[in-house]
Design a protein around this ligand. Structure first.
Ligand SMILES: [Zn+2]
Ligand SMILES: [Zn+2]
Length: 343
């Protein structure tokens, strides 16, 4: 089994998990073009991917999702709330001022009048037409139903036929060739990889981490980034893993003194933000079972962390448990893929 971290950090996350028979891409947080470039650099064939799994709908996890899924024509696995949140994010919305809305109504009236059959009655009193126009005006202005299409101009285009190789019309931004839902806590399989998604505390619709297990190779790999703290369900999901990609997002002092505005600092520090080096070290020292061959520290903040600090903190927490064969620590990179970790 193999884990290849293509990118990790607040500017984009993506990791390949592969067994002998199955290849999965977890998150697609770089542009499609950059993801293809990273896969080439890491010697991962995009055409061999079987599916894309999404942890949550933040931009650094989904930026290249639509491009990749459409180009490769592979299914996307995510939770229904994450899918809904993503669809809302990518669907373009336009807003109207009240004056624009009145103009819009006027244009509609004019086009309806132009399409209406001409009056056959000769010499119809002009008063009738005028009264009718006033009445129509009153009705439309008197009942500005805010849920009507007149008000909300955001247009839903029909999805193109998924059977078509090249859809003739430009697809809707939320079009994906195939969507599969999973639920946190409910195990499912893709090919010979068994997947257990677990809920993580983060400010997204339904964020998840994953444990991947190759039944034939008896290896377990986990991804746990983007979490505000380590709740009991995450601690127990991360038992008996051989490779652990774990968040070590920020140094507390650097974040406090750093460039972010205070509300952003509060968000990062919150129970639905990101794990600090300190919180990660605390988990490694107190709750981690010590059984992994590799621990990959990921989602490091460029502004509020230094790789040396994250590394030092994890090394100290692991203490004497670090050996040539176990608990080796690696730092995932934002700008380049890591060498594949094979077990
Ligand atoms: Zn996030
Ligand atoms: Zn993230």
């Amino acid at each position: 089994m193999r884990m290849t971290v293509l990118a990790s950090g607040s500017k984009g996350n993506s990791t390949v998990i592969a067994s002998a028979q199955t290849r999965l891409l977890v998150d697609a947080g770089l542009s499609g073009r950059e993801l293809f470039k990273r896969m080439k650099l890491a010697d991962e064939d995009p055409a061999a991917l079987d599916a894309i799994l999404i942890t949550h709908e933040h931009q650094d996890h989904i930026a290249g999702l639509a491009t990749l899924a459409r180009r490769l024509r592979i299914p996307v696995f995510l939770t229904e709330p994450t899918h809904r949140a993503w669809v809302r994010m990518v669907t373009p919305r336009t807003t109207m001022t009240y004056a624009q809305w009145l103009d819009h109504l006027q244009q509609e009236r004019e086009s309806r009048a132009a399409a209406a059959p001409p009056t056959t009655e000769s010499g119809a009193p002009s008063q009738t037409a005028s009264t009718s126009a006033v009445r129509s005006n009153t009705t439309e202005l008197g009942a500005p139903c805010l849920d009507s299409e007149t008000w909300d101009t955001h247009a839903i285009e029909p999805d193109p036929d998924p059977e078509e190789d090249e859809p003739a019309a430009k697809p809707h931004p939320s079009y994906l060739p195939q969507v599969e839902y999973f639920h946190a806590g409910a195990n499912f399989s893709i090919g010979d990889i068994s997947i257990t998604p677990f809920t993580i505390p983060h400010d997204a619709a339904d964020p998840c981490g994953f444990v991947f297990e190759s039944r034939s190779e008896q290896v377990r790999m986990a991804i746990a980034t983007d979490l505000g703290y380590m709740p009991p369900n995450v601690k127990s999901a991360l038992k008996r893993v051989d490779v652990l990609l774990l968040e070590s997002n920020h140094d507390l002092d650097m974040l406090r003194d750093g460039p972010y505005p205070w509300p952003v600092k509060q968000r990062v520090l919150s129970r639905v933000g990101h794990l600090s080096n300190h919180a990660t070290a605390e988990f490694l020292a107190r709750d981690y079972d010590g059984g992994a061959t590799w621990i990959v520290l990921g989602h490091l903040s460029e502004a509020n962390n230094a790789p040396e600090l994250a590394l030092l903190s994890a090394e100290q927490a692991l203490g004497h448990r670090r050996t040539l064969l176990g608990n080796r620590i690696l730092l995932a990179q934002q700008s380049a893929p890591l060498a594949p970790l094979c077990l």
